[in-house]
Structures are given as structure tokens and as C-alpha cells.
Design a protein around this ligand. Structure first.
Ligand code: NAD
Length: 486
């Protein structure tokens, strides 16, 4: 099942997709620009008016799957992988056209990654212990119906990745997708159901709603049939889910810092950082968000970045842009907070720069700027191809500032270095779920790096790189004084 895409393969995919998809996805035929209930006149399977109805149907699907063997469940997973590969271009195109965020070629590659590297039933491992007192079995059982909240940044990727893991674990799933990506998310729900049914499963095993809201999310939190909540999103929603009183897995925000020291291969570091930072226009929560570079190699790193499709902004331009990409919002307690401007999140660099009157061609994929540590380009999780760069004197200063910029999210951090002591010191200090050394950020989710993929990285609750086993509950069966053969 596992597949590592080489850089040449990724480039081939990108070239193919770019040539195939020059125009945005055609809207549905329903007359609405984006329809969460149908695709080109075909009713989507598994999408319901109310959350209660969706939960009821997913529960029936779960009960049907309970009577299936693990081998049959794996056939379902195989079908989901196949459908995802076959329809990856539709999902990628829809995601960009509906959310106006990200890049079709990169989203296409992300769907292939989900199809190929999300673990299936092999991830569920039973344990048997024998001793003087007999045999004890520990098995990973399903929870039942999982309630999942999914983001706008990787909408169908998360729906499919969650579905593979949760179904492999034997669960049914109800999604409350991000309202800004509802058509794409519900298309993914429909795809999963079509795949499940084609492989002998129930007609509906994963369900969603026509119009997800905070109210539908609340119904999900409180419903007695929902035994596990899994939330992939920003701090607000993760907090809401963790306050629900139910078992919850929270995959929250990050602000991944990168350290580059003076032992690093600087040309490679420059390319790797920009490749990771610009992947899907910086939407992945693991993507490089700010850089701390040793002063004695900073000029070389910046020169390398400029050779790799970057433009360098002056401090004045960076300040002007910061006022546009972040907007102030007063919360319900009257506190003024900066939040990202949704018109800039995940947009092409060219489009963002136009907002301050800078015109560049599509070859410019990232705007870099040397800024002080306090700058918004360092402190805020922008999720757009803008990279703040801070010069540092030494490793102690680099680690100190990078740990502060990560804000205790314990999500992801990156480092380019050949000094084992420096690498180890930063990894220890930052305590992130993912730590990538000498590679683009996406190596951390199995894209050119070893290990499985996920689009739900659960730092706050500790499951880490989630997979099927994260969505199980352990059950023990004890037989005393029997079943030993020695
Ligand atoms: P978001 O936080 O705006 O929305 C996530 C989901 O939560 C949406 O479905 C939204 O409608 C819903 N929501 C928001 N507040 C809610 C509440 N109080 N109760 C119920 N539902 C609520 O996320 P987004 O902008 O789509 O995604 C970006 C954020 O998600 C970033 O912070 C990013 O780092 C994070 N993210 C984390 C991971 C991870 O694996 N850790 C993966 C992807 C995205």
C-alpha cells in the first residue's frame, strides 16, 4: 500500500494536472454556485437535512459493518483508495474553486497521498499476553459513530483520510464540515459511500448535513449515539469539542518555525523551505510559517530563496501587507484580536501582492521579508505564501525565539542543520508532534518522508499522527488458568 512519491513523480503529477485543468471547476447544474446536495444533477449519497437524521443513518451503517469481517472491511478501504485516486482531480478542482484557496496541482497530489498512505485495517493490532494466570487479550474495538469536524483548508483530504481510518477501525462517521467547503466535503462523503457500497458495505456509512452550522455541531456533541468526537480545525473549535464532555481528539492550530544554522546545506535549505511553505499555498497546518536563520548564513539563504521563486519585500512593504492580511475583530468579551483575512488565506502570492500594488508573474510563489521577532509575519498563523525571516546570533537565541513563535501549540517545527547537538536541542525544547530535519515540511506527513500520512495531527490530545488505531477503544478479555500451551 505504501508509496513514496519522488520529486520527479510529484513534478510529473503537477505538470499533468496543470495541463488538464486550466479552468476552474464548473459549478453544479442546480443553479446555485456550490451545491452541498448534488453534483452535476446527481444527488450526493449520505447528505441529510438534519444532524439527527445523519447520525441515525451512520449508526445503522456502523451496525451493518459490525457484522462484517476485517477482510471485508479492508475491501472497503481498498475501494475508497481507488475511488479517491480516480476522482482526485475532481476533488482538487472543486476544493480550489469552492474555497478559492490552495492550488489544484498540489491538492491533487494531497489526495493521492491520502489514498496511498493512510493506514487501513493493518493498523489495528491485537495483543495477547500469557503467564502463570492464563491468557489476556486486548483488542482495539470501534467506538461506534464518530462525530468529525473538518476544516476548509484540506476539506476533502480530511474527510477521506478520517473516513479511511475511522472505517478501518470499524466505526461509522458523521461529519460537520466547514461551511466554506461544504460542497467539496459532501462530494467526498458521497465518494466514500459509493466506494463502501461497491465493496459490499452498507449504502451509507459516512454522513453529513446539507448546511453545517454551530447548531448542527452542538447536536453532534450532545447526541447519545456519538461516542467519539474528532476535531480538525483552529483553536476555537478544538476548545469547543474538548469542552463537550465526551471523549475527543483535538487536532488544532500550529505556527511551525524553521531554524537554519550555519552547518546546513544552505542552497538545499532555501529550496526545501520554499517548497514546503508554498505547498498548496501554505494551507497545510505543518507548513513553514517563519524562519530563524543564523546571521552569518542569512544572506546566502535569502539569495537561495530568491532563486526559488521568491520576492523580497522591504520592511515598509511587509508592514503594509501585514495590515491587509490580518484584520482586527472584537470578541464577545470586548477584546480586540487579530484574525487572518479570509480573502488572503491560501491565495496565490501574486494575488496577495496585488493588494499592495506589487505586480508579479505566476513564477513568484512566495513573498519573504526580514522582520523583527514581534512582527505579525512571525507571530500569526497566516496560512498564505508569506514568510517572515528573523536573523539570530546563535543556536540559543534561535531556539528561544522559535519556541516562543510556536506558541506552545506543540504542533510542528523544522530545522536545517548538520549539527546533531543543535538538532537535538531544538527538538527537545520545542516538544512538537512533528519535527522535520533537512526536508520540506510535507516530509513530516509522509510526502517524500517515511511513515504514514494523516490530515488530522492531534497535538493537544496526544494521538499525534492519527491513524485507524486512534479511533479505537481498547477492550480486554481475560481467561484465567487456561489457554496456555506450556
Ligand atoms: P476553522 O477553525 O475556521 O474551522 C474548523 C471547523 O470548525 C469548521 O467546520 C468550522 O465551521 C467549525 N467551527 C468553528 N468554530 C466552531 C465551534 N465553536 N463549534 C463548532 N464548530 C466550529 O478552521 P479552518 O480555517 O478551516 O482551518 C484552519 C485551522 O485549522 C488552522 O488553525 C490550522 O492550523 C488548523 N488545522 C489543523 C490541523 C491539524 O491536523 N492539527 C489540520 C488542518 C487544519
Amino acid at each position: 500500500m505504501a508509496m513514496n512519491l519522488t520529486e520527479a513523480q510529484i513534478n510529473a503529477i503537477v505538470a499533468r494536472v496543470v495541463s488538464e485543468f486550466k479552468s476552474p471547476a464548473a459549478p453544479t447544474t442546480s443553479g446555485k454556485p456550490w451545491d452541498s446536495t448534488q453534483y452535476k444533477g446527481r444527488k450526493l449519497i449520505g447528505v441529510y437535512e438534519t444532524m439527527e437524521e445523519a447520525i441515525e443513518v451512520a449508526n445503522a451503517g456502523y451496525r451493518a459493518v459490525r457484522s462484517m469481517s476485517v477482510a471485508d472491511r479492508e475491501k472497503i478501504i481498498t475501494a475508497i483508495r481507488r475511488y479517491t485516486r480516480e476522482e482526485a482531480h475532481i476533488l482538487a478542482e472543486m476544493g480550489v474553486a469552492e474555497t478559492k484557496m490552495g492550488r489544484v496541482d498540489h491538492k491533487y497530489a494531497k489526495h493521492l497521498l491520502v489514498a496511498d498512505k493512510t493506514p487501513g485495517t493493518e493498523d489495528i493490532v491485537e495483543e495477547a499476553r500469557t503467564g502463570d494466570n492464563g491468557l489476556t487479550l486486548t483488542e482495539m474495538a470501534p467506538f461506534g459513530v464518530v462525530g468529525a469536524i473538518t476544516p476548509s483548508t484540506n476539506p476533502s483530504e480530511t474527510v477521506i483520510c478520517n473516513s479511511i481510518g475511522m472505517i478501518a477501525a470499524g466505526n461509522g462517521v458523521v461529519f460537520n464540515p466547514h461551511p466554506g467547503a461544504i460542497a467539496t466535503s459532501n462530494y467526498a462523503v458521497d465518494l466514500v459511500n459509493r466506494a463502501v457500497h461497491s465493496a459490499g458495505g452498507p449504502e451509507v456509512l459516512v454522513a453529513s448535513v446539507v448546511k453545517p452550522t454551530l447548531d448542527t455541531a452542538n447536536v453532534m456533541y450532545k447526541h447519545p449515539s456519538i461516542k467519539l468526537l474528532v476535531c480538525t480545525g483552529g483553536p476555537g473549535v478544538v476548545k469547543a469539542v474538548l469542552s463537550s464532555g465526551k471523549k475527543a481528539i483535538g487536532a488544532g492550530a500550529g505556527n511551525p518555525p524553521v531554524i537554519v544554522d550555519d552547518t546546513a546545506d544552505i542552497d538545499k535549505a532555501a529550496k526545501d523551505i520554499i517548497d514546503g511553505c508554498t505547498f498548496d499555498n501554505n494551507l497545510p497546518c505543518i507548513a513553514e510559517k517563519e524562519v530563524f536563520v543564523f546571521d552569518n548564513v542569512a544572506d546566502r539563504l535569502i539569495a537561495g530563496m530568491l532563486k526559488n521563486g521568491c520576492i523580497k519585500l522591504t520592511k515598509a512593504q511587509a508592514d503594509e501587507l501585514a495590515k491587509i492580511v490580518l484584520v482586527e475583530k472584537t470578541d464577545k468579551n470586548g477584546k480586540v484580536k487579530k484574525i487572518v483575512n479570509r480573502d488572503c488565506v491560501g491565495r496565490d502570492c501574486r494575488v496577495i501582492l496585488e493588494k499592495i500594488g506589487i505586480k508579479v508573474g505566476p513564477e513568484i510563489r512566495c513573498a519573504i521579508a526580514e522582520v523583527p521577532f514581534e512582527h505579525d509575519f512571525v507571530q500569526e498563523e497566516l496560512m498564505m505564501p508569506i514568510l517572515g525571516i528573523v536573523r539570530v546570533k546563535n543556536i540559543n537565541e534561535a531556539i528561544d525565539l522559535a519556541v516562543k513563535a510556536e506558541h506552545g501549540n506543540r504542533h510542528t517545527a523544522h530545522m536545517h542543520s548538520k549539527n546533531i547537538d543543535n538538532l537535538t536541542a531544538f527538538a527537545r525544547a520545542v516538544e512538537t508532534t512533528i519535527f522535520v530535519k533537512n526536508a520540506p515540511s510535507y516530509a513530516g506527513i509522509g510526502f517524500g518522508g517515511e511513515g504514514h500520512t494523516t490530515f488530522t495531527i492531534a497535538g493537544p490530545t496526544g494521538e499525534g499522527i492519527t491513524s485507524a488505531r486512534s479511533f479505537t477503544r481498547k477492550r480486554r478479555c481475560v481467561m484465567v488458568d487456561s489457554f496456555r500451551i506450556i
